[in-house]
Write a protein that binds this ligand. Sequence first.
Ligand code: FES
Length: 98
Amino acid sequence: MAVDRCVCENLTFTQIRAEARRLGLDSVRALQAHGLCCTGCRLCAPYVKRMLQTGQTSFDPILPPDLEPLADAPPTRDAATAPRVRDTRPSSRDHETG
Ligand code: FES
C-alpha cells in the first residue's frame, strides 16, 4: 500500500504539494507551521521532505534505518527455548468437586 497523505491532517501529498507551491513553502517546518502536515504523529515527515525534494506524491513505505536489519535477522528464540506462558484462565475443572 502506497503512502500518499498526511493522515492526521487528512490531506494527500498532492494537495500539500499544491499548497506548498501556491504559498511558496519549501520546508517541512513551513508546511507544519501552516497546518498542512506533520502536526500530529509526524510519521509523514520523511515523505513530505522527499516530496519537497522530488515532487513525488506517492511512496513505498520507508522503514526507519534502525529497523531495517530486523527483517533479515534470524529469530532470537525458537519454540523449544521460548518461555512457556501458564494459562491462568479458569477452566470448567475449577468448579468440579471431589
Ligand atoms: S500523518 Fe502527518 S502528522 Fe500524522
